[in-house]
Design a binder for this molecule. Structure first.
Ligand SMILES: [Zn+2]
Length: 340
């Protein structure tokens, strides 16, 4: 058994509680990881905006060190550096995705799929990914969600990116990786639509052709649009700014749906059909995690990708509520990071 300080979510829109949880020894397919850093993903605010039936542990991307392993685990050992990510590291038709683990708080059980806002995490092996020790163990916590989703989706569909005019809506953790990946895979141009002018400062480090803060100023049609927001407005814009087809000659544009929609959204299917457009749903980059991590680690080691620039706001774990509040107030330029 290990005692760990964890951030516990009990009541909507209230601060998370920092308290001690009891983590039992791992069962045969589980591991305990001591986190060194975790990132804050916008999608966690869905959880934070509702009161859970039972207390929740959150966070789904981190880096850390393996401290205990279950007896069926062969390919990891104590002392290994790893990424934790909600994207599975092992997956087949037979995989039972989303295996739970159980910890205790005030003697009550808390069951979680994955959580990383905790000094230690007990997780099923499917959420653990090998990490090269040459990769910085603070900044790389952004790879488990923002990195694999943003870079991964471009890596997966790189043939549709090379030489193409790209636009992305919503510049945050995922969007910043999309920009870099599009540049890396040879896009002709990358424009960004982002209302929050605070982000203008941090985009200087990215090769963006046009930063558009007012969507009415768009007079261009794009081969590929990434919707990193996922609301009715952003989907409508995606549909409007993706290029039309020339019947019998060339198809219309591609829209990647990356931002997580909080509810059902109406969509203009007539435009989709008439203009021969394609929508591709993206969950975690649609890519095999091993392929992504191997590739991005190579780029980081070759200094072609600098992970530090995505980590614009770094907080001590004790300040997690400040980190969450800064995010809510749009004060986080790209990704907020918690350091343990
Ligand atoms: Zn995420």
């Amino acid at each position: 058994m290990i005692e760990s300080i964890a951030a516990i979510h009990t009541t909507k829109n209230k601060n998370m509680l920092l308290d001690v949880i009891q983590i039992p020894d791992p069962d045969k397919n589980q591991m305990i990881v001591k986190n060194t850093s975790s990132a804050i993903c916008g999608s966690q605010f869905i959880n934070l905006s509702r009161t859970p039936k039972t207390p929740e542990l959150l966070g789904h991307e981190s880096v850390g060190i393996v401290v205990k392993i279950g007896k069926n685990i062969r390919n990891f050992k104590v002392g290994d550096e790893v990424y934790l990510s909600w994207v599975p590291s092992i997956s087949s038709k037979k995989t039972n995705y989303l295996e739970y683990s159980e910890v205790f708080w005030k003697k009550k059980s808390i069951k979680s799929v994955i959580y990383t806002w905790s000094e230690y995490s007990l997780v099923h092996k499917q959420f653990v990914h090998k990490k090269n020790k040459k990769i910085n163990n603070i900044y790389s916590s952004v790879l488990g969600c923002a990195g694999i989703t943003g870079f991964g989706i471009v890596q997966k569909y790189k043939k549709n990116i090379k030489g193409k005019k790209i636009c992305l809506i919503g510049f945050g953790g995922i969007g910043s990786f999309i920009v870099d990946a599009c540049v890396h895979f040879g896009a002709l141009s990358v424009d960004v639509i982002e209302k929050n002018n605070l982000k203008k400062k941090s985009i200087k480090e990215f090769k963006i052709n046009n930063y558009i803060s007012n969507k009415n100023n768009i007079n261009c049609k794009y081969d590929v649009v990434f919707d990193c927001v996922g609301n009715e407005d952003s989907l409508k814009i995606s549909s409007e700014i993706s290029k039309n087809c020339i019947p019998g000659n060339s198809e219309g544009g591609i829209i990647f749906l990356v931002g997580f929609p909080l509810k059902e959204i109406p969509f203009n299917f007539r435009n989709l059909l008439m203009q021969e457009k394609t929508i591709i749903g993206c969950r975690g980059g649609n890519i095999e995690s091993k392929i992504f991590f191997k590739y991005i680690e190579k780029l980081v080691i070759q200094k072609k990708i600098n992970l530090k620039k995505y980590c614009t706001n770094i907080y001590k774990f004790e300040k997690i509520n400040n980190a969450l509040n800064d995010f809510k107030k749009n004060k986080v330029a790209i990704r907020g990071i918690i350091q343990f």
